[in-house]
Design a protein around this ligand. Structure first.
Ligand code: FE
Length: 230
């Protein structure tokens, strides 16, 4: 499939190509496609009754979409516009002047990862490589559940709990606000969003009930296995 850039640099557009060649850095930034909201991997009603369609509709259609729109507005016309999302997060991380960009870009990644960390009729004990890795790291599936639940419950305020690997061993990490394992040299395998917007309509203040339902009914272990093997 030919792209806009192929066309511009094709023989039919020699003049345009010559002009662009004189200032390719600007052209690439301007020409970079905007970040798009990735499609949900299931229908908005798929995770009910554990997470309602209304929660997903607002969480995905309003919150996640706003992060995507914010990133596009913040990078518009700059060199950062041509970076892939993960590179953008790393480039913006740890700097006061790009804190807003980091927060929004990391939230785009974290939310896409969260949607994929769940599926209808998921949860329970895993099989495959991840099952062995959990036993090796935590001693048993039950001990993993205890540790993961504790991390998700005790993340003070907004944030995330993650199952991650450093390449050798699995561990559990909790992050505040938009913070993400990508900037801690850790590979995420699964995540649960514990911002109130993720559960308040369905569970109000009962975050532990949301976490329990999530672990027992929604975890997408196929996704975790895929990430572990990737
Ligand atoms: Fe969220």
């Amino acid at each position: 499939m030919s792209t806009r850039r192929d066309f511009l640099f094709g023989s039919a557009s020699f003049l345009a190509a010559a002009c662009l060649a004189a200032r390719p850095r600007f052209v690439l930034a301007d020409d970079a496609p905007p970040l798009t909201l990735p499609p949900l991997p299931y229908g908005e009603e798929a995770l009910a009754p554990h997470i309602s369609a209304r929660t997903i509709s607002i969480h995905y259609g309003k919150h996640h979409k706003a992060y995507v729109d914010n990133v596009n507005n913040l990078v518009k016309g700059t060199e950062l516009a041509k970076l892939e999302l993960k590179d953008l997060i790393k480039a913006a991380g740890g700097k006061k002047e790009t804190a807003a960009l980091f927060n929004n870009a990391a939230q785009v990644f974290n939310h896409t990862f969260y949607w994929n960390s769940m599926k209808a009729s998921g949860g329970g004990k895993p099989t495959g490589k991840i099952a062995e890795a959990l036993d090796a790291a935590f001693g048993s599936y039950d001990k993993f559940v205890t540790e993961f639940s504790e991390a998700a419950k005790t993340q003070f305020g907004s944030g995330w709990a993650w199952l991650v690997t450093d390449g050798a061993k699995l561990s559990i990490l909790k992050t505040a606000n938009a913070d993400t394992p990508l900037v801690h040299d850790l590979k995420p395998l699964l995540t649960i969003d514990v911002w109130e917007h993720a559960y308040y309509l369905d569970y109000q203040n009962r975050r532990p009930d949301y976490i329990k339902a999530w672990i027992e009914n929604l975890i997408n272990w196929d996704f975790a296995n895929k990430n572990l093997g990737a």
